[in-house]
Design a protein around this ligand. Structure first.
Ligand code: UT7
Length: 329
């Protein structure tokens, strides 16, 4: 009998209807479709419209459909973790609000902030709650309403991001089709390269912080690119090596969707052909914590039981990591 592990037994997702195209962005800032597509791989992204609708709305939609498709009742859920850097509000947590929206009562729920690596951090946390033996059904969400923190006059960043949410269900399993390994890393050297400076305890909102632009997303893209392109490839290669996997053994690489060039570099380093890499950046852009679960959702039907799947991400913090699991259904 194998040790107790956590299996992903369901996945779902949600993207809002509104499509923000490169052509529309051309009318808002000094940019062009050709530059955006060749430098990033993005053609369009989804934006959540509607007053008072935040990240909990996106997460709620994803969880509602996850519960429905896995035939799970809200009162069976023991825990719900929401990875996000665009929480509904400071507190209560987005996870608390999602639980209330979908009728999950009395379960452990909390948010995790690890930027674009957030889903990997939350997945490994959920994995450990299951492996510890106390929980039978844990939902892990990656959800971000990036449009709420983007300055749509800044061409360096406004072309990159979109809104969305993805969610998986984790359940205990003693067979082989479980989460096998995770490497999670961080280095605060990134604190000035991707940041929203204001709104927290260091720079609470004032007229001055607003005027200085402290409340919107800032990224030094070129510096982040250099760290991302090596760190994501290195960590994916490391997880393969310590699990004796070669490129041919990997059924799918599911990478964070920040830039097609970073994805291609990671695949090359892993010796995984691009037809084994999930890529949907062209239609959703970078949805931060949601990119990986949205890919899992979109590729779900192609995955086969026992497939070796590797997740890899890099993001603000810096944070980065890789998770290896065998698909369970
Ligand atoms: O998900 C979290 C982690 N984030 C990442 O992994 C993102 C990593 N970084 C990147 O993906 C890339 O750095 C970007 C896509 C953000 C930018 O691409 P780049 O090739 O690094 O461009 P750059 O910032 O070096 O800018 C090149 C040029 C500049 O003009 P000059 O100085 O060469 O005259 C920019 O001003 O492109 C210009 N530029 C633009 N031109 C048209 C920057 N943004 C735009 C734009 N449209 N939207």
């Amino acid at each position: 009998m194998n040790k107790l592990g956590a299996a992903i037994t369901g996945v779902s997702g949600y993207v809002p209807d509104y499509v923000l195209t490169n052509a529309e962005l051309e009318k808002m800032v000094d940019t062009n479709d050709e530059w955006i597509r060749t430098r990033t791989g993005i053609s369009e992204r989804r934006i959540l419209k509607g007053e008072g609708l935040g990240t909990a709305y996106l997460g709620t939609k994803a969880v509602e459909s996850l519960l429905e498709k896995t035939n799970t009742s809200p009162d069976e859920i023991d825990g719900l973790i929401c990875a996000t850097v665009t929480p509904e509000m400071f507190f209560p947590s987005t996870a608390n609000v999602i639980c209330e929206n979908v009728g999950i009562k009395g379960a452990m729920s909390f948010d995790m902030a690890a930027a674009c690596s957030g889903f990997l951090y939350a997945l490994e946390t959920g994995n450990n709650f299951i492996k510890a033996g106390g929980m039978k059904k844990v939902i892990v969400i990656g959800a971000d309403k990036m449009s709420s923190i983007i300055d749509y006059t800044d061409r360096n960043t406004c072309i990159l991001f979109g809104d969305g949410a993805g969610a998986v269900l984790l359940e205990p399993s003693e067979d082989d089709y479980t989460i096998k390994d995770a490497i999670l890393r961080s280095d605060g050297v990134g604190r000035d390269f991707i940041v929203i400076k204001g709104g927290g305890s260091a720079y609470p909102p004032t007229h001055e912080t607003l005027d200085k632009g402290y409340h919107t997303f800032y990224q030094d893209g070129r510096s982040v690119f250099k760290y991302a392109v090596t760190s994501m490839a290195d960590v994916a290669a490391e997880i393969m090596e310590r699990n004796n996997l070669q490129g041919k053994d990997v059924a799918y690489l599911v990478p964070h969707q920040a830039n097609l060039r970073i994805i291609e570099a990671t695949a090359k380093r892993m010796e995984v052909e691009m037809d084994k890499v999930t890529v949907n950046i062209s239609k959703y852009g970078n949805t931060t914590a949601a990119t990986i679960p949205l890919c899992l959702w979109e590729w779900e039907k192609k995955f086969k039981k026992g497939d070796n799947i590797i997740l890899a991400a890099f993001g603000g913090g810096f944070t980065w990591g890789s998770v290896y699991f065998k698909w369970a259904y």
